[in-house]
Design a protein around this ligand. Structure first.
Ligand code: ATP
Length: 240
């Protein structure tokens, strides 16, 4: 179903053809984690939720794959945090930005940024650097589902806390992010919204403790270990 949604996105022109390749790579890694939200991903979701709740200016980035797979879920997340969504494309075309913004509005988004970018992220070539003031450009915490490594690194270099959602724990995005949720966005985004709802009543000191205790490197290592354990288990079961 997810593959069909991305293919439909390409047909309708809001997902790029490269988005299909990203989907294929994602499916492969999802298979390796048995298509389930792992313990390490749950830890990352908890830290990401606390980080978003503590943030003064959080921002949520949406690209063509995200729009194809979880438009309503991204709207629900934005609603929970009372912030806009921002269309942010690697292969930017004004037509695609408008199509995605329209799709998000049709899914219920009250405010969508990205159609009139007014700033650039340093260190990237122009089309990839475009961002919006009041959105990603001056955010202190940015959620980037399915982002490429260069942009993740450039946002981190601007001093932002970057939360990635990426099924590949070996990608540059996963390594460079402040927090990486190694899970399928289809499962991760609803979990994130739910966790934010649950943690929203905690005092700031408790949220700060969750963020301070989070160890990005350890969680990525755990994600790789979970893949190894799952592979050994599956292989063993297949032989029996
Ligand atoms: P990097 O530059 O970070 O090394 P890349 O070039 O490998 O990344 P891209 O093709 O830019 O990756 O982005 C696709 C990434 O998104 C892949 O790592 C893939 O595993 C991940 N991905 C694809 N579909 C999903 C999904 N549904 N949920 C989460 N992650 C996904």
């Amino acid at each position: 179903m997810a593959r069909e949604r991305v293919a439909e996105g390409v047909k309708k022109g809001y997902t790029s053809s490269q988005g299909l390749i990203a989907q294929g790579r994602g499916e492969c890694f999802d298979y390796l984690i048995a298509e389930k939200t792992t313990a390490s991903a749950k830890e990352a979701i908890k830290a990401a939720s606390a980080m978003l709740l503590l943030s003064k200016r959080p921002a949520l980035s949406v690209n063509g794959n995200v729009a194809a797979l979880v438009p309503e879920e991204m709207v629900a997340l934005a609603e929970e945090l009372c912030i806009p969504l921002e269309v942010n494309l690697f292969h930017r075309s004004e037509e695609r930005v408008k199509k995605i913004a329209d799709l998000l509005r049709a899914a219920g988004a009250k405010k969508v940024l990205g159609e009139r970018p007014d700033a650039t992220v340093p260190g990237l070539d122009h089309a990839r650097a475009l961002a919006t003031r009041g959105g990603i450009y001056d955010a202190d915490v940015v959620l980037i589902p399915l982002e490429d490594g260069d942009r993740c690194e450039a946002l981190v270099a601007m001093g932002k806390k970057v939360i990635a959602i990426d099924l590949n724990p070996l990608s540059r995005t996963a390594k460079k992010a402040t927090v990486c949720i190694v899970d399928n966005i289809v499962r991760a985004v609803p979990c994130l919204t739910e966790q934010i709802r649950l943690l929203s009543s905690l005092p700031r000191s408790d949220l700060q403790k969750i963020v301070e205790e989070y160890d990005h490197k350890k969680i990525l290592q755990q994600a790789v270990q979970e893949i190894q354990d799952n592979l050994s288990r599956q292989f063993q079961e297949d032989l029996e």
